[in-house]
Design a protein around this ligand. Structure first.
Ligand SMILES: [Zn+2]
Length: 266
């Protein structure tokens, strides 16, 4: 039931999103580091090394299961997402990953941002997980987009999670880069000069419905102290786009964490 309601709600949002031309791109470099963890047994991350201990001992770990239709009404985000961004597209080993360029040294204050409770969060990077990490009343989605935000100097402070689902309409946001994503084993970096982030926001219904809670990074070191906003409106990808995304992705969902201190809306 929830699925069909979500899909119906999604269609008008996509149609109303502004048009935008595709990004220009060029292959520029390579090299990413090997990880000392994987998705074979996420419950063991905490014992890999002391720096990852909080993955097991933390009380505000992410992702979590969220209650269908019981949305938050505090910490409402106000977006300023109209600028196009430039950066590097890579594959983090499990799907597309994009790091926004910095300006004037490590300064992200010119990037798309949102403000909640008087704090401004600047977009630093985004990536996807397959399947979704957050669940909605026990149901996962095919994938999830994470828009990672931080302080103007790049300390991660807030993440927007957007569930991705199959739709009869294609996603103009994903269409900007989906044909350029390196494979899971590639270390290529593809430079994208113009990615319009406003599309992602628009295709998620501008986050007019959301859940918010205090949680953690969902990969080691599972750092706590950041706030999540998960969109109540999923973003729709066409069948072709979803299969393309899955073709450059690997299983990358940590699994929902025990609720200890991650109270909704608090
Ligand atoms: Zn993530």
């Amino acid at each position: 039931m929830f699925w069909s309601i979500s899909l119906l709600a999604l269609a008008p949002a996509v149609l109303a999103c502004p048009d935008h031309t595709r990004s220009s791109r060029s292959l520029v470099s390579r090299a990413t580091g090997a990880k000392d963890w994987n998705y074979t047994d996420p419950s063991s991350w905490g014992s890999i090394k002391p720096e990852y201990a909080i993955c097991s001992s933390g009380t505000m770990q992410s992702p979590i299961d969220l209650p269908a239709n019981n949305f938050s009404n505090t910490h409402a985000p106000t977006f300023k997402y109209s600028a196009t961004v430039a950066g590097e597209l890579t594959n983090w080993g499990y799907g597309p990953s994009f790091a926004l360029n910095e300006t004037n040294g490590k300064d992200y204050s010119g990037n798309p941002s949102f403000t909640a409770d008087g704090t401004t969060y600047y977009l630093i990077a985004w990536h996807t997980h397959t399947p979704s990490e957050h669940e909605i009343s026990g149901t996962s989605y095919p994938a999830e987009l994470h828009l990672v935000h931080g302080t103007s100097s790049g300390t991660v402070a807030g993440v927007i999670g957007i569930p991705l689902t199959a739709s009869s309409i294609s996603s103009p946001f994903f269409e900007q880069f989906l044909g350029s994503v390196p494979s899971t084993t590639s270390e290529s970096h593809v430079e994208l000069d113009e990615v319009y982030m406003g599309l992602a926001l628009c295709e998620a219904g501008n986050l007019e419905s959301y859940w918010t809670y205090k949680g953690s990074l969902t990969t080691p070191a599972c750092t706590e102290g950041l706030r999540w906003w998960v969109s109540g409106t999923p973003m729709g990808l066409s069948k072709r786009q979803m299969s393309k995304l899955k073709g450059v992705s690997g299983f990358s969902s940590r699994g929902v964490q025990k609720i200890i201190a991650q109270a909704l809306s608090v």
